[in-house]
Design a protein. Structure first.
Length: 135
């Protein structure tokens, strides 16, 4: 915005791509650390984040506070993914055995990250078809 001197004064506000879609700037290491912190409830919010929602009529959802709730080889799995042009990411946590997995697929314009994550879960937990938990 002009500041009266002919120059443009900086506008107070968030940096571009710092909020919402595309606003998570992270590394695989940080994603793994965050997942493990949630698995042990270090921040004190895991029970809230992991509680699946319900519709007004009581119908259960397979979605909690920002994470999909699934079952894999008898374990409850919490997943969240995202993407940006040319990049896809997926984070999964399995609190019971204390497992956290994260992947970032560069130059990926598909949904192969889901298949990749399912393969990693198979390797760590045993083979199972992922399905929504409906309770």
């Amino acid at each position: 915005m002009p500041d009266g001197s002919g120059s443009v004064a900086p506008v107070a506000g968030p940096a571009p791509l710092s909020l919402g879609d595309g606003g998570a700037w992270t590394t695989l290491t940080d994603l793994l650390r965050w997942g493990q912190a949630l698995n042990t409830d270090e921040p004190g919010i895991a029970p809230l984040l992991q509680t699946p929602g319900r519709l007004d009529d009581g119908t259960p959802l397979d979605y909690a506070w920002g994470v999909g709730v699934r079952e894999h080889a008898g374990h409850r799995v919490y997943r969240h993914g995202g993407g940006w042009p040319g990049l896809r990411a997926l984070h999964a946590r399995v609190p019971a055995p204390g497992l956290t997995l994260a992947l970032i697929a560069l130059d990926d314009r598909t949904e192969r990250r889901v298949t990749l994550m399912d393969g990693l879960l198979d390797a760590y937990l045993g083979s199972s078809s992922s399905s929504p938990i409906m309770r």
